[in-house]
Design a protein around this ligand. Structure first.
Ligand code: XIL
Length: 355
């Protein structure tokens, strides 16, 4: 089957990526990765809890293994993630047992921690690559800063601990620090549900404000954890909205997968709602439907190839998809181009379909 990176590369996408951990650096998964992808995102190994579980003690063993693999194979890396509310140790937001408040003294503590975290990662990368030839081409600077529903905050920003202590401009500060310590990398804001019309408006509102304040943001990320109930048109509209907001902004599809749990539709499943397999969809037919979704999705994405710099699939095969286990067991999910046996699935054929 033709390499995805060749097919999509010829259509104008600079990078074709996949989320990985160590398991994809050896054997058949590695061979599949090398044939079809030219970039990867560390699925978990670059997150705050992975690199700085204890304050001041940076642990890069897992990330380094992936960077070693990138160096050995000439694969590009999409950095994920510098500032996030999730998979971030609680100590970031505490002073001993006390929760940090929005007092100037506490804000100074959290600002210093943000800088130490970003600088700690950058120092390690700079030491690995003294000639500046790091395989990391981009970073998710902030992730998931917009809420799914309404909040009292500007742009309906998520009421995260980052927001509670520092306010909206924690995003500005994250980008300014990332720009200082990663001057060569493309710097992205990233979020999920960016195709949902209400969240799209909030996301655009924040990005517009960041641009107006001169924040060094290079582009806008769309996780694209989508499902059958979300018309492809919605993501189309979001991509167009960003292009109209500022034609110089890059766009990236950062975590693509297609769920066949219709009830997943835009719900905040982190509160314990468990998506159910669509009862009308027998096994087997679901994979075909996912294939058609990919066909329509890529027919749309190709029309945005001028602004969409990269497409990253969230896992190398269905067996490795986070949807199989999150937020509860969902063994029926077949969200990715390669099946459990690493063979091309309908989603692969939909992706390369010239229709
Ligand atoms: C997921 C990983 O795939 C899982 O292995 C982990 O248990 C939880 O995080 N949005 C993101 C990603 O930005 O980091 C998440 O990755 C999926 C949702």
């Amino acid at each position: 089957v033709p390499p995805l990176k060749d097919v999509l590369g010829a259509q104008g996408f600079e990078h074709v990526g996949v989320a990985i951990d160590q398991r994809e650096t050896v054997g058949r998964p590695s061979a599949l990765l090398q044939r079809h992808f030219d970039a990867f995102t560390p699925e978990n190994d670059g997150k705050p809890e992975s690199v700085q579980r204890v304050e001041g003690q940076f642990t890069f063993a897992n990330l380094d293994r992936l960077l070693d693999y990138a160096d050995a194979t000439g694969t590009q890396v999409y950095g994920h993630v510098l500032v996030w509310h999730s998979q971030t140790p609680a100590w970031f937001f505490k002073d001993g047992d006390r929760d940090l408040t929005s007092s100037p003294a506490d804000q100074a503590i959290l600002r210093a921690r943000m800088e130490a975290h970003i600088k700690g990662i950058a120092d390690h990368i700079d030491a690995r690559y003294p000639d500046g030839d790091s395989p990391i081409w981009a970073w998710d600077v902030v992730n998931e800063v917009i809420a799914d529903g309404d909040t009292a905050n500007p742009h309906d920003m998520r009421d995260s601990r980052w927001f509670q202590v520092l306010g909206e401009t924690f995003v500005d500060e994250a980008f300014r620090l990332a720009d200082r310590y990663f001057p060569q990398q493309q710097l992205f804001i990233n979020d999920y549900n960016t195709e949902m019309p209400a969240k799209r408006a909030d996301y655009l509102s924040l990005v517009r404000a960041l641009k107006a304040r001169g924040v060094p943001i290079d582009g806008v990320g769309h996780q694209a954890h989508v499902d059958f109930a979300r018309p492809v048109q919605w993501l189309d509209d979001s991509l167009t909205a960003v292009e109209r907001l500022d034609p110089s902004l890059l766009q990236v599809i950062t975590e693509l997968d297609v769920s066949d749990s219709k009830e997943n539709n835009g719900a905040d499943v982190s509160n314990g709602t468990v998506p159910q397999h669509s009862p009308a969809m027998p096994e087997g037919e679901a994979a075909t439907e996912v294939g058609y979704y990919y066909r329509d999705l890529f027919a749309m994405l190709r029309r945005h190839a001028a602004s969409v710099e990269s497409v990253t699939f969230w896992g190398i095969s269905n067996a490795r998809s986070w949807l199989r286990t999150w937020p509860a067991a969902r063994p029926w999910e077949e969200p990715l181009p390669f099946d459990d046996d690493l063979q091309a699935a309908p989603a692969y054929w939909g992706t390369v379909d010239p229709a």
